[in-house]
Design a protein around this ligand. Structure first.
Ligand code: MN
Length: 614
């Protein structure tokens, strides 16, 4: 409805300044202050006008809405005078400045004071004591829009993470970074939103293109995995640019730490470049070690609870899950089902545990966005997750290649890999081969003590990503200690090892690790098993150390030629004797097994029988 003289009643948004007003225009205004000679009213957040008592119809309260006509504009004095237009039924028409649509990347600190209009997907909302801060991206970059209804209250409650919005406002500087002081914020729907998403996707495709592929080693399986590695790299890059948090889950051993760190190191510089938020690295990337050689329920449930909490607390998007040195095996499926089927998350995996490929596909594949594993292309676990992850890290961010290229050799030592193609890069950075062994053991030792922590700040020093001097000191100190502990344990345990040779020539060593080694101390049972195995290994040897309800197995390389596969044996015993509660796995030649305490003898005898019958 028009006013009595057919003039529209305007509602000025925040883009309107004094220069945009014209005499005799009608505006809907709010009473903001009463004075002796009249009232002051807000035309918008920037412009106030005075209505003198003569021009008012009766008393007004602060906060009251009314319609005013502009009777005088003094641009020099920055003053506007109005007279009240007695209207109680009217419709308003938005008055907003025409501003050309810009890309987010076009907003820089040099644009302070200028008006901008951008479209973006909301990737985070933070309610502060003052304005509500919306973080948004259109794929070309990130920016902030600050909006305030009243201090401390959540502005635009109908807009949340994942929505597409159009924001207009003046650019101001906040701690040196440009931020839009929101004059208007509108949620885009239908065509406008679809078009925006298409353009944002194109932009992301462009920005996440993987450039040259120049692997650090020339292993034939690497080439065959190239496309899969590119897919993982692309998913990770896309997540960074789209403002999706990334959670890296890695096995808590040297190979796992190398895997996780390599990916983290690749992401951080891109995140820094993309996000205006200096705190982005704390919000958008998390790395958590897993004790088990697979993504166990304890870990995945914790991850889901934290992700849901962050989503509510910081109004973030749900994360991309990057599982490295874990994630490929059937033991991972319960975790993947929860992440993917229930909560709709995307998961990518870089692993070298045997995924039991059937016709080129692994059972976990149906849950994964992208999957790198040497077994998928005829390789084996000697190409470790740390090696593969470092290659993927270089695809994500080629600039960090020199910084991380020594790490795959450490990963290889940690996992007893027979592949030596990466050692040259470590030598290139001044590391001797025996130092690589030491570093791998120090990762084990230190992380054994920091337990479920991610080791941030120290793991970088151990893996020679920080100060060289500190790296040397820490590795030396730690290695002396762990070497002493190992010697002590070895002295205690070796007299209690039972050696037996089966008629098929396989040597079988067993030891009761709970009775003859220090409990809950370094080295852990898995490590002890490896130490004893290395000490007593002959041609075909299987070493088994057991406790009340678990055992750890290590086998010589040649054992796989005899058909030894620990994971297969576990599955067979589980099918044969489900009452034992047997569970676990790892690599075909090394892993850990759990069972019911009362069924220990049955499990161990069955295991021995299967090895004797190979
Ligand atoms: Mn590994």
């Amino acid at each position: 409805m028009m006013s009595k003289d057919n003039k529209p009643v305007l509602k000025a948004d925040g883009t309107i300044s004094l220069n945009d007003l014209e005499k005799n225009e009608y505006y809907e205004v709010n009473v903001s202050r009463r004075v002796d000679f009249g009232v002051f009213v807000d035309i918008n957040g920037n412009i106030q006008a005075l209505i003198r008592n003569d021009n008012l119809n009766g008393n007004k309260k602060v906060g009251e809405k009314l319609v005013g006509e502009i009777i005088k504009i003094d641009k020099n004095k920055n003053e506007v005078d109005m007279t009240e237009v007695g209207m109680n039924k009217y419709e308003t028409k938005e008055k907003s400045k025409e501003i050309n649509l810009s890309l987010v990347k076009e907003i820089t600190s040099e644009n302070a004071g200028e008006l901008f209009k951008v479209r973006g997907e909301v990737i985070g909302v933070k309610t502060t004591g003052g304005p509500t801060i919306f973080t948004l991206t259109d794929g070309t970059g990130w920016t902030w829009a600050a909006s305030m209804d009243s201090p401390g209250s959540r502005a635009h409650p109908h807009i949340s993470a994942g929505d597409v919005i159009e924001v207009k406002g003046e650019v101001s500087l906040h701690q040196g970074n440009p931020q839009i002081e929101t004059a208007s914020m509108e949620k885009l729907r239908g065509n406008k939103s679809t078009e925006f998403r298409e353009r944002m996707n194109e932009e992301l495709e462009k920005r996440t293109e993987i450039e040259e592929v120049n692997f650090l080693a020339d292993h034939s399986v690497l080439e065959k995995l190239e496309n899969r590695m590119k897919n993982v790299a692309k998913e990770i890059k896309k997540a960074i640019h789209a403002g999706r948090p990334i959670l890296i889950r890695h096995h808590a051993d040297a190979d796992g730490y190398v895997s996780g760190l390599a990916i983290e190191k690749a992401i951080l510089p891109i995140l820094k470049e993309t996000s205006p938020d200096p705190d982005a690295r704390w919000h958008y990337i998390k790395r958590r070690p897993s004790k088990a050689p697979y993504y166990e329920l304890t870990d995945v449930l914790k991850d889901l609870i934290f992700a849901r909490e962050d989503k509510m607390k910081f109004e973030e998007k749900m994360p991309l899950i990057v599982v490295v040195d874990n994630g490929s095996t059937e033991e991972d499926i319960p975790a993947l089902k929860r992440l993917v089927e229930v909560y709709g998350l995307d998961v990518v995996v870089i692993d070298h545990h045997d995924p039991h490929v059937v016709e080129g596909e692994a059972p976990v594949d149906e849950y994964l966005k992208a999957h790198v594993n040497p077994y998928l292309k005829g390789g084996d676990s000697n190409l470790t997750a740390g090696m593969l992850s470092t290659e993927v890290a270089c695809l994500i961010n080629p600039e960090i290649k020199d910084q991380i290229k020594h790490m795959p050799a450490i990963a290889g030592k940690g996992d007893h890999s027979k592949y030596e193609g990466y050692i040259k890069h470590a030598v290139d950075k001044g590391l001797e081969e025996d130092e690589l062994d030491k570093i791998a053991e120090v990762v084990d030792y230190e992380s054994y003590h920091w337990k479920f922590n991610d080791g941030k700040g120290i793991i970088e020093d151990i893996l020679m990503l920080g100060t060289l001097n500190r790296h040397r000191k820490l590795v030396n100190i730690s290695w002396e200690e762990l070497d002493e502990e190992k010697k002590r344990t070895k002295r205690a345990i070796l007299p209690h090892v039972k050696e037996k040779t089966f008629s098929n020539g396989i040597k079988f060593n067993t030891l009761d690790v709970e009775s003859y080694a220090p409990k809950f101390e370094y080295p852990a049972p898995g490590k002890i098993c490896g130490m004893v195995h290395d000490e007593l290994e002959e041609d075909s040897t299987v070493t088994l150390s057991y406790g009340p309800d678990f055992c750890v197995v290590r086998a010589s390389e040649e054992m796989s030629e005899l058909g030894f596969d620990l994971n297969k044996i576990i599955t067979e015993i589980r099918e044969d004797k489900p009452e034992t509660g047997i569970n676990g796995g790892g690599h075909e030649y090394a892993g850990s097994i759990k069972f019911f305490q009362g069924e220990r003898d049955k499990v161990l005898k069955d295991l021995a029988k299967r090895i004797a019958n190979l």
